[in-house]
Design a protein around this ligand. Structure first.
Ligand SMILES: [Zn+2]
Length: 444
C-alpha cells in the first residue's frame, strides 16, 4: 500500500521536480535530430565555459590547437583531446574547477583515484539537482510509484541534515530505509527482512553484490513484496539477475553510473542494453574493436564547477543506434564490461565484495596497485597484491586483519606480494575469485 502522505507530498512538494522529470523524459523520447541538437548546443556551452574558466581544459585545448569556435558539429567534437582520471588528477583541484564557481557551487566529492589517493572533484547545485531528477526518473521507470518505500543497500550513507529534518521527511514519507551493506550477515538478516516487510519496501536499490548476497539470505522467504530492484555500480550476469528476480519476485534494472558521472544510462525495459540519458550526457566509444566495443568516453552536459569533457571513464562497451523494441531512439550502451560484480560469501553470512576490497586495498593501503582475492577454502582467503613499494610485515598483517575483521573473524587471510597477478583463462583479472559458483554468484 502506498503511503498517502508520501503521495501527497510528492505531488505538492515536488511539482518542480515532476516538471523536470517530464522534460527529461520528453527529451529522451524525442527524435535523434532533436536530442542531438540539444546535445550539440550543450557541448558548445560546456566547452566554451571550460576554455574560458577552467585552467586544465584551456591548457589541453591550446596544446591540441583547438578552441570553442572549432566545435560546429558533433563530428568536430572528436578532435578535442580526451582526458582520464589520471590526467585530471595531475592537476591540483583548483586548476580543474571553474574559476567562476561560487562557494555554494562547490560540493566536494571524492572517488577512488588512480594512485590510491582519493580523486576529488566538485559538483555544483545544478548538477546535484539534475542527478536527483534523473534518479527519480529511473525509479519511476523501474515501476516505483511516489509514496512507496524504497530501501538502499550501501556501504556508507551521508549524514542526515538534522534530526528535525529527518523526522519531517519520515512524516512526509520521503524517507528511505537504509541497509548498511556490511550489516547483512547471519545474525542481522532476520531484522532486515522484518523491516522490509514492516516498512512495505517496494523498491530495493544498491550494489549488485550487496543485493545478490541479501537475496541469498532471503531465498526461503515468501511474499516480501519488493517489486523492483535497481542495481548500481556493478553489472549482473543473467544467472545473477534471474536469482535476484526469483527470490524477491521483482524485476531487476541496472543503472550505469559512476561517482563523478551519475545516471549515465539506464537499462532498457526491453533489456537491449542501457539507453544513454541524452538530456545529460554525450557518449562516444573510441578505438572500437572488430565487435564495435571500445572505451567509453563521457561528457557531462553541465557541471560548471568541475566539467568532465571527453572523459575516459575506464569501462568498455559498444554503442548501438539500431531501433529498439522499447520505442526509444536514444543510443544504447551494449556489451558493457568492466564492472561485473562478484563477492566471497564468508561463514558469517557477510559477503566480501569487489567494492569492499577496493576500499581496503586502494584507499587504506596506497602502495597497492592491483589485487586479487582468492578463496581457497570456506575459511581461508589468499590475496595477491602488486605494489609500488614493498610493504613492511606490519602493513601486510594490517591488510590481513582488516579483511578478517570484515568477515566477522570467520576467515583467515594470507596476503602475498607478487610481481604480476596472472590472467584467468578468459583473459581477465577479476578482483575476487570465489571458491565455487553458488547461485550464480561468480562470474560466468
Ligand atoms: Zn530500449
Amino acid at each position: 500500500m502506498r503511503n498517502p502522505f508520501g503521495m501527497a507530498s510528492f505531488h505538492l512538494l515536488h511539482a518542480g521536480m515532476k516538471r523536470d522529470i517530464a522534460r527529461l523524459d520528453a527529451l529522451n523520447a524525442s527524435s535523434p535530430e532533436e536530442f542531438k541538437a540539444h546535445q550539440l548546443q550543450s557541448l558548445r556551452a560546456v566547452v566554451r565555459h571550460a576554455y574560458d574558466h577552467v585552467e586544465c581544459y584551456r591548457n589541453l585545448y591550446r596544446e591540441a590547437g583547438v578552441g570553442p569556435d572549432d566545435l560546429r558539429t558533433l563530428e568536430d567534437f572528436s578532435r578535442f583531446p580526451a582526458i582520464t582520471k589520471k590526467s585530471l588528477d595531475s592537476y591540483a583541484l583548483e586548476r580543474r574547477i571553474g574559476v567562476d564557481a561560487s562557494e555554494k557551487d562547490r560540493l566536494l566529492r571524492s572517488t577512488s583515484g588512480s594512485t590510491g589517493v582519493p580523486f576529488e572533484f566538485l559538483l555544483d547545485d545544478e548538477t546535484v539537482y539534475s542527478d536527483m531528477v534523473a534518479h527519480n526518473r529511473v525509479q519511476l521507470l523501474s515501476g516505483w510509484r511516489p509514496g512507496e518505500t524504497t530501501a538502499y543497500l550501501k556501504w556508507k550513507f551521508p549524514k542526515p541534515r538534522s534530526p528535525l529534518m529527518a523526522s519531517i521527511r519520515r512524516m512526509l514519507g520521503l524517507d528511505v530505509f537504509e541497509i548498511r551493506a556490511f550489516e547483512v550477515n547471519n545474525n542481522s538478516v532476520g531484522g532486515i527482512i522484518d523491516t522490509l516487510r514492516r516498512r512495505k519496501v517496494r523498491l530495493l536499490q544498491g550494489y549488485a553484490s550487496s543485493i545478490h548476497s541479501l537475496a541469498r539470505h532471503c531465498e526461503r522467504e515468501k511474499g516480501l513484496g519488493v517489486r523492483s530492484v535497481i542495481t548500481i555500480a556493478e553489472s549482473v550476469t543473467e544467472s545473477q539477475r534471474k536469482f535476484i528476480e526469483r527470490t524477491f519476485g521483482a524485476k531487476v534494472f541496472m543503472d550505469y553510473s559512476a561517482s563523478e558521472c551519475m545516471r549515465v544510462a539506464f537499462e532498457c525495459p526491453a533489456r537491449r542494453g542501457f539507453h544513454v540519458d541524452v538530456g545529460r550526457y554525450w557518449v562516444e566509444i573510441v578505438e572500437p574493436d572488430s565487435e564495435g566495443v571500445g572505451e567509453i568516453v563521457l561528457t557531462r552536459l553541465f557541471n560548471r564547477a568541475h566539467p568532465f569533457i571527453r572523459y575516459r571513464i575506464g569501462d568498455r562497451a559498444g554503442l548501438s543506434w539500431e531501433p529498439c523494441p522499447c520505442g526509444l531512439s536514444t543510443p544504447r550502451l551494449v556489451n558493457l564490461s568492466g564492472r561485473v560484480m562478484d563477492y566471497i560469501m564468508t561463514p558469517s553470512g557477510r559477503a566480501l565484495s569487489n567494492s569492499l576490497f577496493i576500499v581496503i586495498f586502494e584507499y587504506h593501503h596506497q602502495h597497492v596497485l592491483r589485487f586479487q582475492v582468492r578463496q581457497v577454502s570456506d575459511t581461508e582467503l589468499h590475496a595477491l597484491v602488486e605494489v609500488s613499494q614493498p610493504p613492511t610485515p606490519a602493513e601486510i598483517r594490517s591488510m590481513e586483519e582488516e579483511i578478517e575483521r570484515e568477515s566477522l573473524d570467520t576467515v583467515r587471510v594470507k596476503v602475498e606480494v607478487v610481481d604480476r597477478i596472472p590472467l584467468s583463462k578468459t583473459g581477465k583479472r577479476p578482483f575476487v575469485v570465489p571458491l565455487k559458483s553458488e547461485a550464480g554468484a561468480s562470474q560466468e
